[in-house]
Design a protein around this ligand. Structure first.
Ligand code: ADP
Ligand code: MG
Length: 138
């Protein structure tokens, strides 16, 4: 099934000049970019984005982190792209991430893990609509 997923180069990735590295890996794996922009979320916007994690011990910290600097938000489209991109991204904790994944190669911390990726069709749809309107998707 052709799906869309939301990818984010998080503030640590932008700050460390990893935007090109991440995009290069996505395109290198044949994933298609259909929308992309740079944004800087405020704390309330970061809380809205990570609403599913409200109440968890890392919620305050991760929303501080996500609002600490600009991010690049990207929509990827393709066959089975949600799972394919999660595989390229690697596990949440870079220490558990497989060799050659973005997080294994670049993350410095369980929180500062360089990239985001949607985890399901339902959440991909919610996350895409959080950042993009129809005119921005190509
Ligand atoms: P993923 O980004 O792999 O889907 P989650 O949705 O579980 O992971 O968590 C969202 C983000 O919150 C993670 O990418 C990471 O930045 C941060 N995070 C998750 N778990 C922890 C934790 N135990 N401690 C600190 N930060 C965490
Ligand atoms: Mg998640």
């Amino acid at each position: 099934m052709v799906e869309r997923t939301l990818s984010i180069v998080k503030p640590d990735g932008v700050m460390r000049n990893l935007i090109g590295e991440v995009i290069g890996r996505l395109e290198g794996e044949g994933l298609k970019i259909v929308a992309m922009k740079m944004i800087h979320m405020n704390k309330a916007q970061a809380k809205g984005f990570y609403k599913v994690h409200e109440g968890k011990p890392f919620f305050e910290s991760v929303t501080d982190f996500m609002s600490s600097g600009p991010c690049v938000v990207i929509i990827l489209e393709g066959e089975n792209v949600i799972a394919r991109y999660r595989e390229i991204m690697g596990a949440t904790n870079y220490k558990d991430a497989a060799e050659g994944t973005i997080r294994r190669d670049f993350a410095t911390d369980i929180e500062k893990n360089v990239v985001h990726g949607s985890d399901s069709l339902e959440n991909a749809d919610i996350e895409i609509n959080y950042f993009f309107n129809a005119l921005e998707i190509h």
